[in-house]
Design a protein around this ligand. Sequence first.
Ligand SMILES: Nc1ncnc2c1ncn2[C@@H]1O[C@H](COP(=O)(O)OP(=O)(O)O)[C@@H](O)[C@H]1O
Ligand SMILES: [Mg+2]
Length: 151
Amino acid sequence: MIIKSLDHLKLISVKIADRISEKDCIFLIGEIGVGKTTFTRSFINYLQEKKGIEQTEVLSPTFNLLYEYDLKNLKLSHYDLYRVKSTKELVQLGIFKEPSKTIYIIEWPELIEIEIANRLELHLSYTTKENERKLKLKGFGKWKDFDEDKL
Ligand SMILES: Nc1ncnc2c1ncn2[C@@H]1O[C@H](COP(=O)(O)OP(=O)(O)O)[C@@H](O)[C@H]1O
Ligand SMILES: [Mg+2]
């Protein structure tokens, strides 16, 4: 499907955020600048608002690899694995060792080898228009039947 604008992206992030629960994992796949962090920002700010928590800055964890957000009864871990170059490094990072009430949003998840049961992959790509993006969804587990009609 086509994401027509930033507002449209926001709407999509809300629809996904409304279905999220602990242990869910969102993989964000696509080139630099395609909108992975922007999606995550809308997603987190929406959940903060929904839960009556103050909205925070959501920065790219390019250098820190991980930023964590407290969503009352849930934790959200936002990873950016761009700088992680080997599976060994990934293991050292302790990813997926968080307490069970965690939601994961992961940019550059290509190195992850373990199967995550409830996973939604967002494949983003550019179009010829500046503020437009192409989106392909791939769902696994509880997200298996989650498709574009739901957005
Ligand atoms: N429809 C859109 N969806 C996502 N980002 C968009 C869109 N239109 C314009 N942009 C811009 O593209 C950039 C995406 O950057 P960012 O989210 O940091 O990318 P990434 O994390 O994939 O490297 C932002 O400057 C954002 O404002
Ligand atoms: Mg990013």
